[in-house]
Ligand binder design. Structure first.
Ligand code: TRP
Ligand code: ZN
Ligand code: CA
Length: 442
């Protein structure tokens, strides 16, 4: 997960870094330790009460029963489900937003809930689709994920958590019609807002009655936090393979946002090997009521639902309260460099000296480019030996101003000392701008 940046860190200037290096050489100072104090670790998540998660499922079941047996897009049971979740979040202090869209001639709704606080430049999201198919109440698919995300959000409120990252929870409409709601949300986010989402965690079907324990293998940081949690309780996991593009994380992944998630299996059959490590019944589907009328509150494995709810809380606490990266030495240039419209590449030079060895594996490249259409710009970092690292491609759909962000580059094969360059080329006519400043954090 690209949790690389912070603007709140104390910074040293290249002048100061050089002065410190001179003192080190003069034997007046010990070389600074890589880390002087252990970084504060993330807070531990609370146990999510299974009874609370199941109480939400009971509500979803009642809503379906009172609304023709389902909670599907365009049906009254969907809106009633959304109103239930929203009321709980509003009462808990979340800032909720209902986003409307149209699909197949019916109005659909996404529910977004922001927990106040945290770094708005590092948004951690967790979400679940709230709609069912028309053939049933959709309690495993996806009351289970909806309830786990809701109860985790309510736990954030009970703890009055003060996360380092901004936390946002979401319930999507019309997933069963082809990821419609989540795609609508992602496509309608301004590019700058999209860039602030550092990770999206998806829960879709997490209480299957004959469960497997599947972890999405997308973003390594999200995957690790789930795998670590499962190995901590001694339960083996497998990588999710029952359809990579088949839930709402695909909408985020397609936009380049790091994703992860949990899944206990749908219509696929549990193998003998899986039954021997997880229990349950070999030769039977993980969820034999998948997309059918028997997907009721009876169609839930409590242990799977409990584990996945706790695992989600663990991920939200671990990723949401992790310390920002330790401060480093900052080298910056504020010399403006004009970028010619639809023209040749320009570079801005930055000299790094007085360091030893190679650049870090997570070299932070802070870029501040003023431009009237950022989609025109191709940006590379050039190491002292001329090796190029692509930071950004041009894009016809990247229709926003300016590039003000921090990229993280694995520069561990490059010598730290020397002249680094930011290379910027404007490849489309009309809009123009300039490099205002840029910096490297070692
Ligand atoms: N989202 C799918 C559905 O509702 C279920 C599903 C199938 C799934 N394969 C998956 C969910 C893999 C997550 C991951 O029909
Ligand atoms: Zn489904
Ligand atoms: Ca241009």
């Amino acid at each position: 997960m690209s949790f690389g940046t912070t603007r709140r860190l104390p910074r040293t200037t290249s002048r100061r870094a050089a002065a410190v290096a001179a003192l080190v050489l003069a034997g007046l100072l010990a070389a600074p330790a890589a880390t002087s104090a252990a970084a504060p670790t993330a807070l531990a998540a609370p146990d999510i009460p299974l009874a609370n998660v199941k109480a939400h499922l009971t509500q979803f079941q009642s809503i379906a029963t009172a609304n023709g047996g389902n909670r599907a897009h365009g049906r009254t049971g969907y809106r009633a489900s959304l109103d239930y979740v929203k009321a709980r979040l509003d009462a808990a202090g979340f800032t909720t937003t209902v986003q409307q869209f149209t699909s197949s001639g019916s109005t659909g709704y996404n529910l977004i809930a922001d927990w106040p606080g945290g770094d708005p430049g590092q948004v951690l999201m967790a979400g679940a689709h709230l709609d069912s198919v028309t053939s049933g109440a959709g309690i495993n698919d996806n009351g289970s994920g909806s309830a786990a995300v809701l109860e985790t959000a309510l736990a954030v409120s009970r703890a009055q958590l003060q996360p380092t990252r901004h936390l946002r929870f979401a319930w999507w409409g019309a997933e069963e019609l082809g990821l419609v709601g989540s795609r609508y949300y992602v496509n309608n986010l301004p590019a700058a807002e999209r860039a602030r989402i550092s990770g999206y965690i998806n829960l879709d079907m997490v209480g299957s009655p004959n469960p497997g324990y599947f972890v999405y293998d997308d973003d390594p940081a999200i995957e690790k936090v789930f795998k670590d949690w499962y190995s901590g309780i001694g339960v083996p996991t497998e990588i999710e393979t029952e359809g990579d593009g088949r839930s709402d994380h695909a909408s985020f992944k397609n936009a380049g946002i790091p994703v992860g998630g949990l899944f206990t299996g749908a219509g696929r059959t549990k193998t003998a090997a899986q039954a021997s490590k997880w229990g349950g019944t070999a030769g039977v589907a993980f969820d034999r009521c998948y997309h059918s009328s028997c997907d009721t509150t009876a169609n839930i494995d409590d242990t799977a639902l409990d584990r996945n709810s706790d695992a989600l809380a663990h991920a939200v606490w671990t990723l949401g309260t992790a310390a920002p990266p330790p401060p480093g030495d900052v080298y910056e240039t504020t010399t403006d460099v004009a970028i010619p419209d639809n023209g040749a590449a320009v570079t801005s030079a930055l000299t790094v000296s007085g360091r030893t060895g190679n650049a870090p594996a997570a070299l932070r490249v802070g870029v501040d480019i003023k431009h009237t259409w950022r989609g025109d710009l191709v940006i590379d970092l050039l190491a002292p030996d001329g090796s190029a690292y692509r930071l950004k491609n041009s894009s016809g759909s990247d229709s926003a101003d300016n590039v003000i962000t921090t990229y993280t580059v694995d520069a561990s094969s490059e010598a730290a000392n020397g002249t680094w360059r930011l290379r910027v080329q404007d490849v489309a006519a009309q809009d123009t701008g300039y490099i205002d400043s840029w910096k490297l954090t070692f």
